[in-house]
Design a protein around this ligand. Structure first.
Ligand code: FAD
Length: 474
């Protein structure tokens, strides 16, 4: 098939730049319009999450585009969580009992930059920076822009338009305002927002706490996390309610209150954040929300992808991974349609993609909310710790027979999020029931034979729960 389609992509963030690269590799002529300046030339990180956890689903999509190795070069592997209590004691919990399963801390800016570099290697890709999309006339496939350097307004017509312009998508807003079709849309904010702080490198440029872990200070109603950067620093994120509870962002407006809060709740972290007063005052507080909408496409003309279609809260570390996986799934569908037709039927491609993908992005949105409660609260709970310990043992001893919910979601790139969620939730229920009923024990000297019995009980009970859920139509 000859590709003579002119593709317009709105937004050169993580999803847009990977999509541009993949479509260019497939031979499309791609123009990408990005509202911000070129992040390779201007530092625009302020206010955006600086580092992210990259895991198998994201890596799978990067591999498809030949970018896995380049991404791995700028990653720091994190093998588990390291929990910090108020007294400064720590305990570790691996992400998996299998040694080759870990997540990676990566700089958003550096990752975006290598994708832009690679996309620009293709002569059929042009990236236009400082060009913010104001609206899209979806019927005519015309996008309207403003150039933020010259203030010039201009419009671009394309054969097909992709909106990868993030949670505040201009294309999605045009779906709502143009009222051309039945477009369902929901946006739910958590009462919590986030603020980023920094643990700098020590004077030798080294990390001051373990760089092999994602650090968590779980405190019930709020929490602090920290991910390592390659320059020896950590990006620390406080997740806290805007206005509820004893401590909240509205309360933390004076230096005294901020310091008193950290001294009481996170004394070991406070000792490592020298510029807390300035950073707390100057760094923005960002909202956290879930966006679901449907359908993502309009006829054969436009499609939403990435956060523009399905923004989620960050607690499973999967927003970027899901957005990258979008590109992977879309590519598989293109394979099918490009092979079977002379000219591409975009309407069928979009519909097929939506049908294949929507259930999975809905699932990860729900899982991410579940993990909000798990990370800030349950990780310090003795029953949860017992369950995690048992899961680690099961994964280590029976690597081909058992995967925890976390592993199913994070490391099993060959099953969708929905399947991972259904199986993972049933397994969790089975395990917790068995522990609560004293049917399984997690004592240290557990023998392989005893573990085998536990595995069989868990698998059997999981299957029964899955069957019951199916009957109940859940
Ligand atoms: P974005 O990254 O938002 O990119 C959108 C792009 O479009 C931007 O470059 C923007 O400037 C541009 N744009 C916006 N509007 C316009 C317009 N009108 N015209 C032109 N261009 C426009 N995900 C993970 O997988 N792991 C994590 O650990 C993780 N941690 C996170 C932590 C926090 C605090 C937050 C908030 C998110 C986190 N995420 C994480 C989620 C991840 O950041 C997003 O899912 C991911 O950035 C989505 O990529 P995207 O390209 O769809 O959107």
């Amino acid at each position: 098939m000859i590709n003579n389609n002119n593709v317009l992509i709105i937004g050169a963030g993580l999803c847009g730049s990977l999509l541009a690269l993949r479509l260019a590799q497939r031979g499309y002529k791609v123009d990408v319009y990005e509202s911000r300046p070129d992040l390779r030339k201007v530092d625009i990180s302020a206010g955006r999450s600086i580092n992210l956890a990259l895991s198998d689903r994201g890596l799978k999509a990067l591999r498809l585009c030949g970018m896995e190795e380049k991404a791995r070069e700028i990653c720091i592997p994190m093998f588990g969580r390291l929990m910090h209590d108020r007294a400064g004691n720590t305990f570790a919990s691996n992400y998996s009992g299998r040694e080759n399963e870990y997540i990676n801390s990566i700089s958003r800016g550096d990752l975006n930059a290598i994708l832009l570099d690679e996309a620009e290697q293709h002569e059929n890709v042009t990236i236009h920076f400082n060009s913010g999309c104001k609206k899209v006339a979806i019927e005519n496939k015309i996008a309207y822009f403003k150039n933020y350097e010259t203030n010039e307004q201009f419009k671009v017509k394309a054969d097909v338009i992709f909106g990868t312009d993030g949670a505040g998508s201009s294309l999605r807003k045009s779906y709502v305002s143009e009222r051309k079709f039945l477009f369902s849309y929901s946006q739910n904010y958590l009462n919590h927002g986030y603020k980023e702080l920094e643990i700098p490198a020590d004077k030798n440029g080294n990390h001051q706490i373990s760089k092999q872990h994602l650090h968590i200070w779980p405190r019930g109603d709020f929490m602090l996390i920290a991910l390592p950067n390659r320059d020896g620093s950590f990006t620390v994120t406080l997740f806290l309610s805007y206005d509820e509870g004893e401590y909240n962002f509205n309360y933390l407006t004076s230096e005294e209150n901020i310091i008193a809060f950290f001294e009481k709740e996170f004394p070991d972290a406070l000792a490592l954040i020298p510029n807390i007063k300035e950073e707390f005052a100057n760094n923005p507080t960002g909202p956290l929300g879930t966006i679901k909408c449907s359908p993502w496409s309009y006829q054969d003309k436009t499609l939403l992808m990435g956060d523009a279609a399905h923004a989620i809260v960050p607690f499973y570390g999967q927003g970027m991974n899901a957005s990258f996986e979008d590109v992977f799934v879309f590519d598989e569908i293109l394979n099918h349609f490009e092979d079977s037709q002379e000219t591409i039927n975009w309407e069928m491609v979009f519909k097929t993609y939506h049908k294949a993908r929507k259930k999975d992005t809905d699932a990860i949105a729900d899982l991410a909310i579940d993990n909000f409660y798990e990370m800030r609260d349950h990780v310090a709970n003795p029953l949860f710790k017992e369950k995690r310990q048992l899961e680690m043992n099961l994964e280590k001893t029976f690597p081909n027979q058992y995967s925890s919910k976390y592993s199913l979601v994070t490391f099993n790139e060959h099953i969708g999020y929905k399947e991972a969620m259904d199986k993972g939730r049933a397994q969790d229920k089975a395990l917790l029931n068995l522990i609560a009923d004293d049917e399984v024990h997690t004592h240290l000297e557990i023998t392989q034979k005893e573990l085998k019995v536990i595995l069989e009980k868990v698998l059997q009970e999981t299957n029964e729960i899955l069957k019951e859920d199916k009957i109940a139509g859940l």
